[in-house]
Design a protein around this ligand. Structure first.
Ligand code: NAG
Ligand code: NAG
Length: 215
């Protein structure tokens, strides 16, 4: 079944590539929630800007001093968004994910361009095994992986409410890509011993997305 859907998705990928995938743009003013989502496929962040490069965007109700600096943007905001959001169907965050402030007197906004790419989206509950597999001559390419918790309903069977409460448990990991990229099949255990424990007392799951590509 997995093999079949992977082949099917790959066919869909080339179709989309040849017709051009349209990008989605999300702009969030100030320190509020920034939400990316894909109904079909998974998030693939193209570029992110955090700061201000335009005087008009998100300027309502702001003083001239707060919007006049249009040469303010945080370095590598794109990398942060990619590690947090790539491979997910929904990704919510706010500017607190950035540790630096590129211009503290300016009213900033967060803007992200992303596409939704076809992929096998896999959720593996803690203590279970994630199996990734490709058919024929193709090999695994991982878009992103996160060992944490982002809602109260995933992998909740018989878990006490206290272990489901923290839905801001995010631990983006490159371990899946490091261990699986270029292989035909790959099995990983969704456990703290592999991915570490970023939020003690919370029941976690491994969320990842991958495609099969020609070698
Ligand atoms: C998003 O794409 C639009 C249109 O191509 C572009 O004007 C804008 O600068 C892009 N934003 C970022 C954050 O790259
Ligand atoms: C803003 O940044 C400047 C220079 O980096 C620093 O001296 C100042 O204390 C900062 N102000 C606030 C409110 O953080």
């Amino acid at each position: 079944m997995l093999r079949f859907s992977a082949a099917l998705l790959l066919a869909a990928t080339s179709l989309l590539v040849s017709t051009g995938v349209s990008a989605v743009k999300v702009t969030t003013c100030g320190p509020h929630v920034h939400r990316l989502s894909c109904e079909t496929g998974v998030i693939n962040v193209q570029s992110t800007m955090y700061g201000r490069t335009n005087a008009e965007i998100c300027s309502g109700g702001k003083s001239a001093e707060e919007v006049s600096n249009t040469e303010c943007s945080l370095q590598d905001a794109t990398g942060t968004l990619q590690s947090r959001c790539d491979g997910k169907k929904v990704c919510e965050l706010d500017p607190r994910v950035f540790t630096a402030d590129p211009c503290n007197d300016t009213f900033k906004y967060l803007e992200t361009n992303y596409t939704c790419v076809p992929a096998t989206h896999l959720i593996t509950c803690e203590h279970s095994l994630a199996h990734l597999e490709c058919d024929g001559d193709q090999v695994i390419f991982v878009y992103g992986a996160d060992f944490g918790r982002h809602d109260r309903t995933t992998c909740c069977y018989r878990e006490p409410a206290s272990r489901l409460q923290n839905v801001r448990c995010s631990n983006p990991t490159s371990k899946v890509a490091d261990g699986c990229n270029g292989k035909k099949r790959c099995t990983l255990r969704a456990s703290q011993s592999v991915f570490g424990d970023s939020c003690e007392g919370t029941s976690k799951y491994l969320e990842l997305a991958y495609t099969c590509r020609n070698k």
